[in-house]
Design a protein around this ligand. Structure first.
Ligand code: I3P
Length: 132
């Protein structure tokens, strides 16, 4: 079956459980952080956070539409990613993702190795989309 053009974007597709919290919504800073563990899928230039960490991994990478409703989807086109400054969180290994529309998310995992693979994959997704 032929893929639509947007699915031909070369990304490092990835899925796993991360801690995340949304810190701004379309430019408006949110007052409280609510960290939660979330099943997270990176595919086709979109990062999707599901509502909880229990969504089955089965098919999660190939057929995200068949999973439970996403809580947040972040288009990587025009987004930026950086290690969060220390004043943003007391946690270790925290990434800050800003979407083009001004929403912000903190993404965290206790394992430096795991968060580093997400850092690489998301950064590469952002970079590939910026050269379109
Ligand atoms: C917040 C909660 C967050 C913490 C935040 C606290 O308290 O403990 O986990 O962020 O720190 O204010 P509450 O549950 O009462 O809202 P981090 O875990 O990222 O440090 P902050 O005030 O320094 O943002």
């Amino acid at each position: 079956q032929a893929s639509p053009p947007e699915e031909k974007i070369k990304t490092l597709d990835k899925a796993g459980v991360l801690h995340r919290t949304k810190t701004a919504d379309k430019g408006k800073r949110l007052r409280k952080k609510h960290w939660s563990a979330s099943w997270t899928v990176l595919e086709g230039g979109v990062l999707t956070f599901f509502k909880d960490s229990k969504t089955s991994a089965a098919g999660g990478l190939r057929q995200p539409s068949k999973l439970s409703t996403p809580e947040y989807t972040v288009e990587l086109k025009g987004a930026s990613l950086a290690w969060a400054p220390k004043d943003k969180s007391s946690r270790k290994n925290v990434l800050e993702l800003r979407s083009r529309d001004g929403s912000e998310y903190l993404i965290q995992h206790d394992s430096e190795a795991i968060i580093s693979t997400w850092h690489k994959a998301i950064a590469q997704g952002i970079q590939e989309l910026s050269t379109d």
